[in-house]
Design a protein around this ligand. Sequence first.
Ligand SMILES: Cc1cc2nc3c(=O)[nH]c(=O)nc-3n(C[C@H](O)[C@H](O)[C@H](O)COP(=O)(O)O)c2cc1C
Length: 415
Amino acid sequence: MNVNNFRLKLGGKEFVPIMIGGMGVNISTSELALSAERLGGIGHISDAEVMYVCDQMFGTTYTAEKRKRYIDNVNNRDKAAVQFDLEQLAEAQRRFVSHTISKKTGNGGIFMNCMEKLTMNNSAGTLKVRLEAAMDAGIDGITLAAGLNLRTLDLMSEHERFRDVKIGIIISSVRALSIFLKRAIRLQRLPDYIVVEGPLAGGHLGFGPDDWQTQNLRDIFVETIDFLKKENLDIPIIPAGGIFTGTDATEYLQMGAGAVQVATRFTIAKEAGLPDNVKQQYINAREEDIEVNNASPTGYPMRMLKQSPTLQYCMRPNCEGLGYLLDNSGKCSYIDDYYEALESRSADGKITVKGHTCLCIGMSRYDCWTCGHTTSRLKETTNRLPDGSWQLPSAEDIFNDYLLSENHSISLPKA
Ligand SMILES: Cc1cc2nc3c(=O)[nH]c(=O)nc-3n(C[C@H](O)[C@H](O)[C@H](O)COP(=O)(O)O)c2cc1C
Protein backbone atom coordinates (compact mmCIF):
# COMPACT_ATOMS: atom_id res chain seq x y z
CA MET A 1 0.00 0.00 0.00
CA ASN A 2 1.39 3.41 -0.94
CA VAL A 3 0.20 6.93 -1.78
CA ASN A 4 -0.40 5.90 -5.38
CA ASN A 5 -3.36 3.77 -4.25
CA PHE A 6 -5.29 6.96 -3.48
CA ARG A 7 -6.61 9.95 -5.41
CA LEU A 8 -7.85 13.36 -4.30
CA LYS A 9 -11.20 14.34 -5.78
CA LEU A 10 -11.82 18.07 -6.04
CA GLY A 11 -14.94 19.00 -7.93
CA GLY A 12 -15.00 16.77 -10.99
CA LYS A 13 -11.25 16.29 -11.10
CA GLU A 14 -8.86 13.72 -9.70
CA PHE A 15 -5.36 14.53 -8.49
CA VAL A 16 -2.43 12.54 -7.17
CA PRO A 17 -2.93 13.26 -3.46
CA ILE A 18 0.31 15.18 -2.92
CA MET A 19 0.26 18.94 -2.49
CA ILE A 20 3.49 20.86 -2.27
CA GLY A 21 2.75 23.61 0.24
CA GLY A 22 3.27 27.28 -0.50
CA MET A 23 6.62 28.60 0.68
CA GLY A 24 7.16 32.31 0.50
CA VAL A 25 9.04 34.33 -0.50
CA ASN A 26 9.49 32.42 -3.74
CA ILE A 27 10.89 29.26 -2.15
CA SER A 28 8.05 27.32 -3.78
CA THR A 29 8.94 28.67 -7.22
CA SER A 30 6.89 28.30 -10.38
CA GLU A 31 9.27 25.50 -11.40
CA LEU A 32 8.69 23.59 -8.17
CA ALA A 33 4.92 23.98 -8.39
CA LEU A 34 4.97 22.98 -12.06
CA SER A 35 6.85 19.75 -11.25
CA ALA A 36 3.99 18.69 -8.98
CA GLU A 37 1.45 19.72 -11.60
CA ARG A 38 3.23 17.73 -14.31
CA LEU A 39 3.15 14.63 -12.11
CA GLY A 40 -0.58 14.98 -11.46
CA GLY A 41 -0.36 16.53 -7.99
CA ILE A 42 -0.87 20.09 -6.82
CA GLY A 43 1.88 22.68 -6.56
CA HIS A 44 1.58 26.01 -4.80
CA ILE A 45 3.17 29.27 -5.70
CA SER A 46 3.05 31.97 -3.04
CA ASP A 47 2.11 35.59 -3.58
CA ALA A 48 4.18 36.84 -0.64
CA GLU A 49 6.05 40.00 -1.76
CA VAL A 50 4.77 39.41 -5.27
CA MET A 51 5.94 42.76 -6.66
CA TYR A 52 9.47 42.14 -5.42
CA VAL A 53 9.31 38.58 -6.82
CA CYS A 54 8.27 39.95 -10.23
CA ASP A 55 11.22 42.35 -10.16
CA GLN A 56 13.55 39.39 -9.66
CA MET A 57 11.87 37.17 -12.23
CA PHE A 58 10.91 39.57 -15.00
CA GLY A 59 13.12 42.63 -14.45
CA THR A 60 10.20 44.90 -13.55
CA THR A 61 10.94 47.83 -11.23
CA TYR A 62 7.92 47.90 -8.91
CA THR A 63 9.98 47.94 -5.70
CA ALA A 64 12.36 50.67 -6.88
CA GLU A 65 9.48 52.80 -8.17
CA LYS A 66 7.60 52.51 -4.88
CA ARG A 67 10.70 53.39 -2.92
CA LYS A 68 11.32 56.39 -5.15
CA ARG A 69 7.74 57.55 -4.67
CA TYR A 70 8.15 57.58 -0.89
CA ILE A 71 11.86 58.40 -0.67
CA ASP A 72 11.17 61.44 1.56
CA ASN A 73 9.66 59.13 4.15
CA VAL A 74 12.66 56.86 4.56
CA ASN A 75 13.77 58.35 7.88
CA ASN A 76 10.26 58.70 9.20
CA ARG A 77 9.16 56.16 11.76
CA ASP A 78 5.54 56.69 10.73
CA LYS A 79 4.84 54.66 7.58
CA ALA A 80 1.11 55.41 7.30
CA ALA A 81 1.59 57.30 4.02
CA VAL A 82 3.43 54.44 2.30
CA GLN A 83 0.78 52.73 0.19
CA PHE A 84 0.90 50.08 -2.51
CA ASP A 85 -0.32 51.14 -5.93
CA LEU A 86 -3.25 48.74 -6.38
CA GLU A 87 -3.07 48.74 -10.17
CA GLN A 88 0.57 47.79 -10.08
CA LEU A 89 -0.14 45.14 -7.48
CA ALA A 90 -2.82 43.61 -9.72
CA GLU A 91 -0.49 43.76 -12.71
CA ALA A 92 2.31 42.02 -10.79
CA GLN A 93 0.00 39.31 -9.50
CA ARG A 94 -1.44 38.64 -12.97
CA ARG A 95 2.02 38.52 -14.49
CA PHE A 96 3.33 36.08 -11.89
CA VAL A 97 0.31 33.77 -12.04
CA SER A 98 -0.09 33.76 -15.82
CA HIS A 99 3.62 33.09 -16.26
CA THR A 100 3.20 29.92 -14.15
CA ILE A 101 -0.16 28.84 -15.55
CA SER A 102 1.06 29.22 -19.14
CA LYS A 103 3.74 26.60 -18.46
CA LYS A 104 1.38 23.87 -17.27
CA THR A 105 1.91 20.59 -19.07
CA GLY A 106 0.28 17.98 -16.84
CA ASN A 107 -3.04 17.08 -15.28
CA GLY A 108 -2.38 18.49 -11.86
CA GLY A 109 -3.12 21.92 -10.44
CA ILE A 110 -1.36 25.19 -9.74
CA PHE A 111 -2.67 26.78 -6.57
CA MET A 112 -1.79 30.06 -4.88
CA ASN A 113 -0.84 30.27 -1.22
CA CYS A 114 -2.22 33.57 -0.06
CA MET A 115 -1.00 34.74 3.34
CA GLU A 116 -3.61 37.04 4.70
CA LYS A 117 -1.21 38.26 7.36
CA LEU A 118 0.53 40.29 4.67
CA THR A 119 -1.53 43.32 5.56
CA MET A 120 0.36 45.70 3.24
CA ASN A 121 -0.84 48.88 4.99
CA ASN A 122 -4.32 48.28 3.57
CA SER A 123 -5.34 44.74 4.39
CA ALA A 124 -8.75 44.45 2.73
CA GLY A 125 -7.88 46.54 -0.34
CA THR A 126 -4.65 44.72 -1.16
CA LEU A 127 -6.03 41.26 -0.36
CA LYS A 128 -9.00 41.79 -2.68
CA VAL A 129 -6.67 42.84 -5.49
CA ARG A 130 -4.37 39.84 -4.93
CA LEU A 131 -7.25 37.37 -4.93
CA GLU A 132 -9.06 38.85 -7.92
CA ALA A 133 -5.92 39.21 -10.02
CA ALA A 134 -4.95 35.59 -9.30
CA MET A 135 -8.39 34.45 -10.49
CA ASP A 136 -8.18 36.71 -13.56
CA ALA A 137 -4.90 35.07 -14.48
CA GLY A 138 -6.36 31.56 -14.30
CA ILE A 139 -5.11 30.19 -11.00
CA ASP A 140 -6.64 26.74 -10.35
CA GLY A 141 -6.99 27.15 -6.61
CA ILE A 142 -6.33 29.54 -3.75
CA THR A 143 -5.24 28.41 -0.31
CA LEU A 144 -5.97 30.99 2.35
CA ALA A 145 -3.16 30.92 4.89
CA ALA A 146 -1.85 32.64 8.01
CA GLY A 147 -4.29 35.05 9.50
CA LEU A 148 -7.49 33.42 8.27
CA ASN A 149 -9.87 36.25 7.85
CA LEU A 150 -13.60 35.95 8.02
CA ARG A 151 -14.08 38.62 5.39
CA THR A 152 -11.93 36.96 2.77
CA LEU A 153 -14.69 35.06 1.02
CA ASP A 154 -16.68 38.30 0.80
CA LEU A 155 -13.69 39.98 -0.83
CA MET A 156 -13.69 37.34 -3.57
CA SER A 157 -17.42 37.00 -3.95
CA GLU A 158 -17.94 39.50 -6.78
CA HIS A 159 -15.50 37.73 -9.06
CA GLU A 160 -16.98 35.57 -11.82
CA ARG A 161 -14.71 32.66 -10.81
CA PHE A 162 -15.76 32.74 -7.14
CA ARG A 163 -17.70 29.49 -7.47
CA ASP A 164 -15.39 27.72 -9.90
CA VAL A 165 -11.89 28.41 -8.52
CA LYS A 166 -10.94 25.88 -5.83
CA ILE A 167 -10.76 27.52 -2.42
CA GLY A 168 -8.98 25.99 0.55
CA ILE A 169 -8.17 27.18 4.03
CA ILE A 170 -5.37 26.33 6.40
CA ILE A 171 -6.43 25.83 9.98
CA SER A 172 -4.72 24.55 13.08
CA SER A 173 -7.79 24.07 15.26
CA VAL A 174 -11.40 22.99 14.90
CA ARG A 175 -12.35 26.24 16.60
CA ALA A 176 -10.86 28.33 13.77
CA LEU A 177 -12.54 26.07 11.23
CA SER A 178 -15.99 26.32 12.79
CA ILE A 179 -15.83 30.12 12.90
CA PHE A 180 -14.80 30.28 9.25
CA LEU A 181 -17.49 27.81 8.18
CA LYS A 182 -20.26 29.91 9.70
CA ARG A 183 -19.40 32.74 7.31
CA ALA A 184 -18.91 30.29 4.41
CA ILE A 185 -22.32 28.71 4.97
CA ARG A 186 -23.95 32.13 4.99
CA LEU A 187 -22.32 32.87 1.61
CA GLN A 188 -23.17 29.38 0.35
CA ARG A 189 -19.54 28.95 -0.58
CA LEU A 190 -17.92 26.17 1.42
CA PRO A 191 -14.20 25.60 1.04
CA ASP A 192 -13.30 22.83 -1.41
CA TYR A 193 -10.58 21.47 0.88
CA ILE A 194 -9.24 22.06 4.35
CA VAL A 195 -5.53 21.91 5.16
CA VAL A 196 -5.00 20.97 8.80
CA GLU A 197 -1.55 22.18 9.72
CA GLY A 198 0.09 20.84 12.86
CA PRO A 199 2.91 22.24 14.97
CA LEU A 200 5.80 20.58 13.07
CA ALA A 201 5.28 22.64 9.89
CA GLY A 202 7.63 25.25 8.48
CA GLY A 203 6.94 28.95 8.18
CA HIS A 204 4.53 30.57 10.64
CA LEU A 205 2.62 28.31 13.01
CA GLY A 206 -1.07 28.81 13.65
CA PHE A 207 -0.64 28.38 17.40
CA GLY A 208 0.15 30.64 20.30
CA PRO A 209 3.84 31.07 21.22
CA ASP A 210 3.55 28.57 24.07
CA ASP A 211 0.85 26.13 23.05
CA TRP A 212 2.39 24.67 19.88
CA GLN A 213 4.44 22.18 21.95
CA THR A 214 1.34 20.66 23.48
CA GLN A 215 -0.42 20.00 20.16
CA ASN A 216 -0.06 17.28 17.59
CA LEU A 217 -1.25 16.94 14.03
CA ARG A 218 -2.87 13.54 14.40
CA ASP A 219 -5.21 14.72 17.17
CA ILE A 220 -6.24 17.89 15.34
CA PHE A 221 -6.75 15.85 12.15
CA VAL A 222 -9.02 13.32 13.91
CA GLU A 223 -10.95 16.12 15.66
CA THR A 224 -11.47 17.79 12.28
CA ILE A 225 -12.78 14.56 10.71
CA ASP A 226 -15.18 14.07 13.64
CA PHE A 227 -16.33 17.68 13.47
CA LEU A 228 -17.11 17.54 9.75
CA LYS A 229 -18.95 14.22 10.19
CA LYS A 230 -21.05 15.75 12.94
CA GLU A 231 -21.84 18.74 10.73
CA ASN A 232 -22.65 16.42 7.81
CA LEU A 233 -20.04 18.10 5.63
CA ASP A 234 -18.01 16.21 3.06
CA ILE A 235 -14.87 18.30 2.48
CA PRO A 236 -11.45 16.71 1.84
CA ILE A 237 -9.08 17.18 4.75
CA ILE A 238 -5.38 17.57 3.99
CA PRO A 239 -2.98 17.16 6.91
CA ALA A 240 0.35 19.03 6.87
CA GLY A 241 3.38 19.29 9.11
CA GLY A 242 5.95 16.58 9.71
CA ILE A 243 4.80 14.10 7.04
CA PHE A 244 8.25 12.94 6.04
CA THR A 245 7.90 9.57 4.31
CA GLY A 246 5.46 8.12 1.82
CA THR A 247 4.37 5.79 4.61
CA ASP A 248 3.54 8.75 6.91
CA ALA A 249 1.40 10.05 4.06
CA THR A 250 -0.24 6.68 3.37
CA GLU A 251 -1.20 6.34 7.04
CA TYR A 252 -3.10 9.64 6.88
CA LEU A 253 -4.76 8.65 3.60
CA GLN A 254 -5.87 5.37 5.20
CA MET A 255 -7.33 7.36 8.08
CA GLY A 256 -9.46 9.34 5.62
CA ALA A 257 -7.30 12.26 4.48
CA GLY A 258 -8.02 13.53 0.96
CA ALA A 259 -4.34 14.26 0.31
CA VAL A 260 -1.27 15.41 2.23
CA GLN A 261 0.49 18.76 2.09
CA VAL A 262 4.27 18.56 2.32
CA ALA A 263 7.02 21.14 2.06
CA THR A 264 10.21 20.59 4.06
CA ARG A 265 11.51 17.77 1.86
CA PHE A 266 11.10 20.03 -1.19
CA THR A 267 13.12 22.93 0.27
CA ILE A 268 16.29 21.26 -1.03
CA ALA A 269 14.91 20.34 -4.45
CA LYS A 270 16.84 21.74 -7.40
CA GLU A 271 13.71 23.67 -8.39
CA ALA A 272 13.20 25.33 -4.98
CA GLY A 273 14.13 29.01 -4.71
CA LEU A 274 16.63 28.91 -1.83
CA PRO A 275 20.22 29.49 -2.95
CA ASP A 276 22.24 26.26 -3.17
CA ASN A 277 24.48 27.15 -0.21
CA VAL A 278 21.38 27.64 1.95
CA LYS A 279 20.03 24.26 0.81
CA GLN A 280 23.29 22.75 2.07
CA GLN A 281 22.72 24.48 5.44
CA TYR A 282 19.27 22.89 5.61
CA ILE A 283 20.63 19.42 4.91
CA ASN A 284 23.45 19.83 7.45
CA ALA A 285 21.07 21.16 10.14
CA ARG A 286 20.91 19.19 13.37
CA GLU A 287 17.85 19.09 15.58
CA GLU A 288 19.45 21.55 17.99
CA ASP A 289 19.92 24.07 15.14
CA ILE A 290 16.14 24.49 14.74
CA GLU A 291 14.02 26.73 16.92
CA VAL A 292 10.54 28.16 17.09
CA ASN A 293 10.89 31.81 17.99
CA ASN A 294 8.85 35.00 18.19
CA ALA A 295 11.02 37.04 15.83
CA SER A 296 8.27 37.47 13.24
CA PRO A 297 6.49 40.84 13.43
CA THR A 298 3.24 39.06 12.53
CA GLY A 299 2.90 37.86 16.13
CA TYR A 300 2.82 34.21 15.06
CA PRO A 301 5.59 31.87 16.18
CA MET A 302 7.88 30.85 13.36
CA ARG A 303 10.27 27.92 12.97
CA MET A 304 13.70 28.61 11.56
CA LEU A 305 17.37 27.71 11.70
CA LYS A 306 19.11 29.52 14.55
CA GLN A 307 21.87 30.49 12.11
CA SER A 308 19.43 32.54 9.97
CA PRO A 309 21.21 35.83 9.13
CA THR A 310 17.93 37.69 9.61
CA LEU A 311 18.17 37.10 13.37
CA GLN A 312 21.21 39.41 13.46
CA TYR A 313 19.59 42.21 11.44
CA CYS A 314 19.95 45.77 12.66
CA MET A 315 19.22 47.54 9.40
CA ARG A 316 16.89 50.39 8.63
CA PRO A 317 13.51 49.04 7.55
CA ASN A 318 12.76 49.36 3.85
CA CYS A 319 8.99 49.82 4.08
CA GLU A 320 9.13 52.40 1.30
CA GLY A 321 10.20 49.70 -1.16
CA LEU A 322 8.71 46.62 0.56
CA GLY A 323 6.32 47.26 3.48
CA TYR A 324 4.35 44.00 3.12
CA LEU A 325 3.88 43.58 6.87
CA LEU A 326 2.69 47.10 7.68
CA ASP A 327 -0.63 46.98 9.47
CA ASN A 328 -3.48 49.25 8.47
CA SER A 329 -1.97 52.19 10.31
CA GLY A 330 1.51 51.80 8.84
CA LYS A 331 3.02 50.04 11.83
CA CYS A 332 5.24 46.98 12.17
CA SER A 333 6.89 45.83 15.38
CA TYR A 334 10.32 45.67 13.71
CA ILE A 335 10.14 49.44 13.09
CA ASP A 336 9.51 50.04 16.78
CA ASP A 337 12.34 47.71 17.80
CA TYR A 338 14.71 49.33 15.31
CA TYR A 339 14.03 52.89 16.49
CA GLU A 340 14.27 51.86 20.13
CA ALA A 341 17.65 50.32 19.36
CA LEU A 342 18.73 53.55 17.62
CA GLU A 343 17.75 55.60 20.67
CA SER A 344 19.72 53.38 23.02
CA ARG A 345 22.74 52.82 20.81
CA SER A 346 26.11 52.33 22.49
CA ALA A 347 28.90 54.92 22.50
CA ASP A 348 30.66 53.25 19.56
CA GLY A 349 27.50 53.73 17.49
CA LYS A 350 26.62 50.01 17.33
CA ILE A 351 22.98 49.12 17.48
CA THR A 352 21.42 45.81 18.45
CA VAL A 353 17.79 45.25 17.56
CA LYS A 354 16.03 43.06 20.10
CA GLY A 355 12.63 41.47 19.74
CA HIS A 356 11.63 41.18 16.12
CA THR A 357 13.34 40.87 12.79
CA CYS A 358 12.59 42.53 9.46
CA LEU A 359 10.88 39.67 7.64
CA CYS A 360 10.29 41.71 4.49
CA ILE A 361 14.02 42.05 3.93
CA GLY A 362 14.90 38.71 5.54
CA MET A 363 12.57 36.67 3.35
CA SER A 364 13.31 38.60 0.16
CA ARG A 365 17.06 37.97 0.53
CA TYR A 366 16.66 34.34 1.61
CA ASP A 367 18.20 35.33 4.96
CA CYS A 368 15.34 33.92 7.01
CA TRP A 369 15.85 30.18 6.93
CA THR A 370 12.40 29.07 7.92
CA CYS A 371 12.01 25.32 7.93
CA GLY A 372 9.94 22.43 9.23
CA HIS A 373 10.74 20.37 12.30
CA THR A 374 11.94 17.44 10.15
CA THR A 375 14.68 19.49 8.46
CA SER A 376 17.29 17.66 10.54
CA ARG A 377 16.27 14.46 8.73
CA LEU A 378 16.93 15.78 5.22
CA LYS A 379 20.31 14.00 5.27
CA GLU A 380 18.39 10.73 5.07
CA THR A 381 16.95 11.77 1.72
CA THR A 382 19.98 12.34 -0.44
CA ASN A 383 23.59 11.37 -1.22
CA ARG A 384 26.75 12.89 0.16
CA LEU A 385 29.16 13.87 -2.61
CA PRO A 386 32.93 13.25 -2.53
CA ASP A 387 33.59 16.92 -1.66
CA GLY A 388 31.42 16.63 1.46
CA SER A 389 28.47 18.58 0.06
CA TRP A 390 25.07 17.00 -0.62
CA GLN A 391 23.41 16.14 -3.89
CA LEU A 392 20.30 18.24 -4.49
CA PRO A 393 17.45 15.94 -5.58
CA SER A 394 14.98 16.96 -8.25
CA ALA A 395 11.40 17.71 -7.26
CA GLU A 396 10.39 14.64 -9.27
CA ASP A 397 12.72 12.42 -7.18
CA ILE A 398 11.09 13.64 -3.97
CA PHE A 399 7.54 13.53 -5.34
CA ASN A 400 7.96 9.97 -6.61
CA ASP A 401 9.48 8.87 -3.33
CA TYR A 402 6.38 10.16 -1.50
CA LEU A 403 4.20 8.48 -4.10
CA LEU A 404 5.74 5.03 -4.29
CA SER A 405 7.73 4.27 -1.16
CA GLU A 406 6.58 1.79 1.46
CA ASN A 407 7.58 0.77 5.02
CA HIS A 408 9.05 4.20 5.75
CA SER A 409 11.84 3.60 3.25
CA ILE A 410 13.23 6.62 1.40
CA SER A 411 14.68 6.10 -2.05
CA LEU A 412 17.69 8.31 -2.66
CA PRO A 413 18.05 10.24 -5.92
CA LYS A 414 20.21 8.56 -8.55
CA ALA A 415 23.78 9.59 -7.81
C1 LIG B 1 10.59 26.95 3.99
C2 LIG B 1 9.11 26.96 4.27
C3 LIG B 1 8.37 28.10 4.02
C4 LIG B 1 6.98 28.09 4.23
N1 LIG B 1 6.26 29.20 3.93
C5 LIG B 1 4.92 29.18 4.04
C6 LIG B 1 4.14 30.28 3.60
O1 LIG B 1 4.66 31.27 3.08
N2 LIG B 1 2.79 30.21 3.74
C7 LIG B 1 2.19 29.09 4.28
O2 LIG B 1 0.97 29.06 4.39
N3 LIG B 1 2.90 28.03 4.69
C8 LIG B 1 4.24 28.04 4.56
N4 LIG B 1 4.96 26.94 4.92
C9 LIG B 1 4.24 25.73 5.40
C10 LIG B 1 4.08 24.69 4.27
O3 LIG B 1 3.31 25.20 3.22
C11 LIG B 1 3.48 23.36 4.73
O4 LIG B 1 2.13 23.46 5.09
C12 LIG B 1 4.21 22.68 5.89
O5 LIG B 1 5.52 23.09 6.03
C13 LIG B 1 4.15 21.17 5.67
O6 LIG B 1 4.90 20.49 6.61
P1 LIG B 1 6.36 19.88 6.28
O7 LIG B 1 7.22 21.05 5.97
O8 LIG B 1 6.74 19.20 7.55
O9 LIG B 1 6.21 18.93 5.13
C14 LIG B 1 6.35 26.93 4.74
C15 LIG B 1 7.12 25.79 4.98
C16 LIG B 1 8.47 25.79 4.76
C17 LIG B 1 9.26 24.54 5.02
